[in-house]
Design a protein around this ligand. Sequence first.
Ligand code: SAM
Length: 305
Amino acid sequence: MGRTSKDKRDVYYRLAKENGWRARSAFKLLQLDEEFQLFQGVTRAVDLCAAPGSWSQVLSQKIGGQGSGHVVAVDLQAMAPLPGVLQIQGDITQLSTAKEIIQHFEGCPADLVVCDGAPDVTGLHDVDEYMQAQLLLAALNIATHVLKPGGCFVAKIFRGRDVTLIYSQLRVFFSSVLCAKPRSSRNSSIEAFAVCKGYDPPEGFLPDLTKPLLDHSYDPHFNQLDGPTRIIVPFVTCGDLSAYDSDRSYPLDLEDGSEYKYTPPTQPPISPPYQEACALKKKGQLAKEICPQDCPMSTVDMLPQ
Ligand code: SAM
């Protein structure tokens, strides 16, 4: 693939580089804010599953906090530093990470918790939806410890079969829950964002980290809610209708007359998982043909040697 073909196929990828964002996801958060004024009055925020950091960039530029620590960014992967953003490298489903985040907000709660977490997609829809839901629940658990009353929670959600169960759980804690699809999120993707406003836990609720973050006794039959427990939340598309359509390919010279000039990525990944494979490929060691005597057919071993 030529280095300009992704620019042509994905206009938000190209615009992200031109505008200095580390990832195209920045536009999703910007378009969600356009619709829901997420950043109004916000001075302290948590960005869960933050790498490579475009949401943290948006947060640190848009919210009124001062100094390091008004944005706390957490991810499994290492992230290049950003001014004013305190980074924690860890798994948000792990107690130790949750504790580290919560510690930071003791006595000074957050106004906003966002989570753009995505598992490594397997292509098995039920598994992917389950993993995504677990990330969201881990994020919600952390949010219940750090959010101030009235605070806001925004999280990526896969609109799969059991999504109404998640909406019901979110409605327990927030006065308003809706599902939003920014223009920069492809229609072909089941991804959307749960936008939850007005943090208002039930009376007597005590956030409790001793309960497991993940529910391993997940029962798909139990999750088929009906009657009054079945909650259908409003679905809102957001982002200016004149904004670019993320499912379309655009010519490299855009309609506004601006001339195409290749822009390298704002922040190349610092230790991508494919690094080792690239190094092996350079040395010609990525694929090695093996043909043992007793093997009826030639086999190509694609694993690094
Ligand atoms: N919002 C980010 C941005 O704007 O740059 C992009 C986030 S990317 C779509 C999803 C991230 O979720 C990945 O960086 C991945 O490492 C992270 N992630 C997935 N599972 C996680 C977990 N259990 N704990 C922490 N981060 C996780």
